[in-house]
Design a protein around this ligand. Structure first.
Ligand SMILES: *Cc1c(COP(=O)(O)O)cnc(C)c1O
Length: 247
């Protein structure tokens, strides 16, 4: 008997294919990242057994809790998609291959300071607040270019693209506008040809809006609820400006 998580995965995969088809994109050009905040380890296990290989976590602490799964499923890649506090850098860098949420110079500087000591490099995305909602993290779109330019001075950071959270509880047109804005910022940055800046990744689209995001060029969509079911903590707990404890 199939499990609900597997059924949901099939549904999401089908919807991704349809969105690719209807927008003339190749299915293999869009990756599904499963957003795992608050999801019990049993459900993640099912998704991994079903062959999923890309997972994203919002908090350093929860990331650490998933270590047993990391040991067991070596082919799984973990990304960090939440607000990153500078005092958590060490825990995060240890486990993830891409940080989606670099949204300020101070964080870039702190990442660099740590990574340079470790003799490593780190792939990052720059998070942009395309909806201008105060409750969300991310650099203001007007400052994106300057921020990327400043971040590109850190030789430990490979800037792979951009990330955004589309406007929530909005019409398709409003969310589409957020994604189009991210795309246009990507184009502007590409033209500048900054060192270590590739800009190939657009991380955008969640359960409610990933179809629109794919139509607008997403290369990674981040899906939680549609696969794992509803969460019992409001997203504000992860996203709210008031949660900012430093910087
Ligand atoms: C929770 C979360 C998601 C997934 O949201 P769903 O609506 O559950 O699909 C995507 N991106 C970020 C940054 C998140 O925190």
């Amino acid at each position: 008997m199939g499990h609900l998580v597997e059924e949901n995965l099939n549904t999401v995969r089908q919807q991704m294919e349809l969105a690719c088809l209807s927008s003339g994109r190749k299915v293999e050009d869009v990756k599904l990242l499963l957003a795992t905040k608050t999801v019990p380890i049993e459900k993640l296990y099912i998704a991994m057994q079903a062959g999923e290989t890309l997972f994203g976590e919002n908090k350093a602490q929860e990331l650490r809790g998933k270590f047993p799964l990391m040991e067991q499923f070596k082919q799984v890649e973990w990304h960090f998609i939440g607000h990153l506090q500078t005092n958590k850098i060490k825990d995060v860098v240890k486990y993830v291959t891409l940080i989606h949420s670099v949204d300020r110079l101070k964080l870039g500087q702190a990442l660099h300071n740590y990574i340079v000591k470790e003799n490593k490099t780190m792939d990052i995305l720059v998070q942009i607040n395309t909806s201008y909602e105060e409750s969300k993290f991310g650099a203001p779109p007007e400052l994106a270019l300057e921020l990327v330019k400043q971040l590109s001075q850190f030789e430990t950071l490979n800037i792979k693209g951009l990330m955004t959270i589309g406007k929530l509880n909005a019409t398709n047109d409003e969310t589409r506008h957020c994604f189009q804005l991210l795309k246009s910022i990507q184009t502007q940055i590409k033209e500048k040809k900054f060192p270590r800046v590739e800009m190939d990744i657009l991380s955008m689209g969640m359960s409610g809006d990933f179809k629109v995001a794919i139509e607008e060029g997403a290369t990674i969509i981040r899906v939680g609820t549609s696969v794992f079911g509803p969460r019992y903590l409001p997203d504000e707990y992860y996203w709210n400006e008031n949660m900012r404890q430093e910087d």
